[in-house]
Design a protein around this ligand. Structure first.
Ligand SMILES: [Zn+2]
Length: 323
């Protein structure tokens, strides 16, 4: 179970004030008493604002975790979220806590869509699926999730056969509601616009995507690039579980690999063992082992239709658009 992290400890605030005092003294030496007082006053205001924000965040998180997890939400998760269903008991409890923290702290806005609880849960479940193995992770780089009523094009016109999701370098994630629902409804087709777009945010460093997950050390990053270079020709030949959509851009490779890791874990472990191991170590999760534990076995691989380009966006598979 998650607990609310403590607010910034008093000793940290004491350190900040001490630093401000020393700075004021130095300023006083050169700019006189009034200069030092101005600096000290500015520092005190800054510390007060930081303290207030820290305490407010801590209270909000504690409030989010105080009440029992709503039964209605649990029913929805059981109905919609395959990853939640495959988790061991303790991780399922953690998933519920992370979900509540995400919903308490992140803004989800509908654009021509009413943001009902079910949709908020699906958005949060997409992000929490990825971050479940990282206890202190809080999606700091995410500013807002926008829910669109349909797929959209690059001018953000709706109803056009183009993108079903998009991640922006400034931390906005756009998700088409029909595509998001479809992603959860079919949990084993390696298509999940929520996983895909949140995976892009894991790659976001100072407004730049490079296709290598943040947090990889040099050795893991080298291994990732080697595996990617080996996989791409297979994807282009249609001999990979990974969607060919990810073969044309390293950034998209990460997105489709993450989708396949969580949606087709058993097949990934069997057919793309090194990639599976890299992602399992990265996410600190082993979905194939959890699928083993619930008695799932591999079925014949489905043929994969060709899909299309789009940087940091995600298209729906063509076969589904015509379905
Ligand atoms: Zn993408």
């Amino acid at each position: 179970m998650r607990t609310a992290p403590p607010p910034i400890p008093p000793i940290a605030w004491a350190g900040l004030l001490l630093g401000a005092g020393i700075l004021s003294a130095l300023v006083g030496l050169f700019a006189g008493l009034w200069g030092a007082l101005v600096i000290l006053a500015l520092a005190a205001v800054t510390v007060a604002v930081l303290a207030w924000r820290s305490a407010a965040g801590w209270r909000a998180r504690r409030a989010a975790l105080a009440a029992p997890f709503p039964d209605a939400w649990r029913v929805l998760l059981r109905q919609w979220c395959d990853h939640y269903n495959r988790l061991p008991e303790d991780l399922r409890a953690r998933f519920e806590d992370d979900l509540r923290i995400f919903l308490a702290e992140k803004r989800i806005t509908g654009v021509g869509v009413e943001v009902i609880d079910e949709l908020r849960l699906l958005v949060a479940a997409s992000a929490v699926t990825l971050s479940l193995g990282w206890p202190a992770y809080d999606w700091e780089q995410l500013n807002e999730v926008l829910l669109y009523p349909d797929d959209f094009d690059r001018d953000y016109e709706f109803g056009v056969d183009d993108l079903s999701g998009q991640a922006h370098p400034w931390g906005t994630v756009i998700l088409s509601v029909p595509a998001l629902c479809l992603s959860f409804r079919d949990p084993d087709d390696a298509y999940h616009v929520g996983f895909h777009e949140f995976a892009h945010l894991l790659d976001l460093e100072q407004t730049h995507f490079d296709g290598i997950p943040l947090g990889f050390d040099d050795a893991a990053a080298r291994r990732w690039v080697e595996v990617r270079e080996r996989e791409i020709p297979k994807m282009l030949r249609g001999e990979s579980l990974l969607d060919e959509y990810g073969a044309h851009d390293p950034v998209e490779f990460l997105g489709v690999a993450v989708e396949a890791f969580f949606e087709t874990a058993l097949a990934m472990r069997r057919n793309h063992e090194e990639l599976y191991e890299l992602l399992a170590a990265y996410f600190q999760q082993d979905p194939a082992a959890w699928d083993d534990a619930r008695g799932l076995t591999l079925e014949p691989t489905r043929p994969r239709p060709p899909r299309h380009r789009g940087r940091t966006g995600r298209r729906r598979p063509r076969s589904r658009l015509s379905a």
